[in-house]
Design a protein around this ligand. Structure first.
Ligand code: F0G
Length: 479
């Protein structure tokens, strides 16, 4: 283990401000040996390492946002009534303003179902879509891991058909491949903005318009996974429609769809919350006439009263404020340009990253990182790299050969996804650029020593579903 510690010894150019940064000041300083003991106890699984051992937690941008003063103030006004709390009314109005949909008044066009987070909304939706049916396929530009699992657990195939043709919008869906699918098996078309699975790349308005138009032709509903809708709008403004404001772009986006799921833990700028919104009277109801009632029953049975859906009144108020802030140009500029500054510095250090950068994370290209070394995909270099980074403090996440790969116990073989990334997801309103540069310095140290990085051997859980959450590893010398 001394050899492993040695690999992480270096003098960084930048210092992490963890102990002066209010967002992380409750963390007690710890030694590298203590971190090593914690990592071994966790089987080198980054999800299972207690956060107190991290200095710079980039495991996820989800639910990790530091609330603004406005959000904190609003939370004090949270109404904890069981039925139709005051915050719910605010929330409906804010959803109307932010997304340009109608939820109140005499004949609102849309219906909303609140959940404690997005995967509960996905579970509700796909339980209804899959119910009693076989052979269905849901095409998407990229299903997120839990979305994929929720789709497949309901007996539906989750099919990713991304397109990288547009350099500025590499999160797009391949509409040609979409048109080759037999419509009768497709209950809906799904599009994730931004495309988290494909390195957080944005989707163009043109692409969404094309999908929407095609869906109208084949009479199928078009749904968005809208977790990072505001960041996506920022890219549309930059590369496609500079004449439009962010709120206008958001409205134009949501005009195109028949429904959407959203995690309010991302562009809701909240620590919890999710929703499913469904437009009434669309083609969805041809196949699923009772879906609204069924969804409501599902929500009441699993989350509680429709007006709070698993969220407290305080959390609802935090979302109300979050949905105002997130569509402000100056907020999005500071957010996305911080991610870019971090990515640019990694490039300056010569580290292979996916470019252009997306809105919420920088993705290391693991295959290129280990190019020219003896590290093979089945050695899970991304897992080993993330494991070693932990010893310097930063926590990042492998989203590649291990997370999206599968092990077949019959053949004893691994199969791999087309990409192999480690994601450094940047929490919103939390870190300063110095903190990110420190993380980059730590990555550069390991890049310089890439020949010496051990392989990660999965000693538990390689055959399991969602295995990256459950697995344990040992670090061993490469063959
Ligand atoms: N869809 C996308 C595109 C996501 O990125 C996530 C979560 C979800 C759905 C599920 O939302 O967490 O509220 O249930 N992504 C987080 C991440 C966990 O780290 O990227 P949730």
């Amino acid at each position: 283990m001394n050899d492993i510690i040695k690999l992480t010894e270096f003098t960084p150019k930048h210092q992490h401000r963890a102990y002066v940064n209010s967002a992380v000041r409750f963390h007690t300083p710890c030694t590298k040996e203590e971190r090593l003991a914690a990592a071994i106890k966790a089987g080198w699984n980054v999800f299972q390492v207690p956060s107190k051992f991290t200095v710079g937690d980039f495991l996820s941008d989800s639910g990790t946002t530091t609330p603004t003063i406005e959000q904190l103030a609003a939370s004090l006004l949270g109404d904890e009534a069981y039925g139709t709390n005051w915050g719910y009314e605010q929330l409906l109005e804010q959803f109307e303003k932010t997304f340009g949909i109608t939820l109140t008044g005499k004949n609102p066009e849309w219906e909303i179902f609140l959940f404690h987070q997005c995967r509960a909304a996905e579970h509700a939706l796909f339980t209804q879509i899959g119910c009693g049916k076989t052979g269905l396929i849901i095409p998407s530009n990229g299903h997120f891991d839990t979305t994929h699992a929720n789709v497949e657990m309901n007996g539906i195939e989750a099919l990713d058909i991304p397109s990288k043709k547009d350099i500025n919008f590499q999160g797009n869906l391949d509409t040609l491949k979409l048109s080759h699918l037999a419509d009768k098996w497709v209950p809906l078309v799904y599009c994730t903005i931004t495309n988290n699975t494909m390195a957080g790349q944005p989707v163009s308005l043109k692409n969404m318009r094309d999908i929407s138009r095609y869906c109208k032709v084949i009479k199928k509903p078009f749904f968005l996974d809208a977790c990072r809708f505001a960041e996506n709008a920022w890219f549309i403004k930059k590369y496609e429609s500079p004449e439009l404001s962010i709120p206008e772009i958001v409205h134009k986006t949501f005009e195109l769809c028949d429904g959407f799921t959203i995690s309010l833990k991302k562009d809701g700028l909240a620590n919890m919350g999710g929703a499913l919104c469904v437009k009434k009277g669309t083609v969805l109801f041809d196949e699923y006439p009772n879906i609204l009632d069924n969804l409501r029953d599902h929500q009441i049975c699993t989350e509680a009263h429709p007006s709070y859906g698993g969220m407290s009144g305080r959390d609802i108020m935090i979302v109300v404020e979050g949905l105002k802030t997130v569509i402000r140009q100056e907020y999005l500029d500071s957010r996305i340009l911080q991610v870019k500054a971090f990515g640019d510095y990694l490039v300056e250090l010569g580290i292979p990253v996916v470019q252009p950068f997306g809105g919420h994370a920088v993705y290391l290209d693991v295959d290129k990182f280990f190019e020219g070394t003896t590290m093979r995909r089945e050695d899970f270099g991304g897992i080993a790299l993330s494991a070693l980074l932990l010893l310097n403090g930063p926590r990042v996440c492998e989203l590649g050969a291990f997370a999206f790969g599968t092990f077949d116990p019959k053949t004893g073989k691994e199969s791999f996804p087309p990409f192999n990334y480690v994601r450094i997801a940047i929490p919103r309103n939390k870190y300063e650029i110095e903190d990110l540069f420190y993380t980059a310095d730590c990555i550069k140290n390991l890049y310089d020593k890439r020949d010496l990085i051990p392989r990660a051997v999965c000693v538990y859980g390689k055959e399991k579903t969602l295995r990256h959450f459950k697995a344990r590893f040992e670090l061993e010398e490469r063959k």
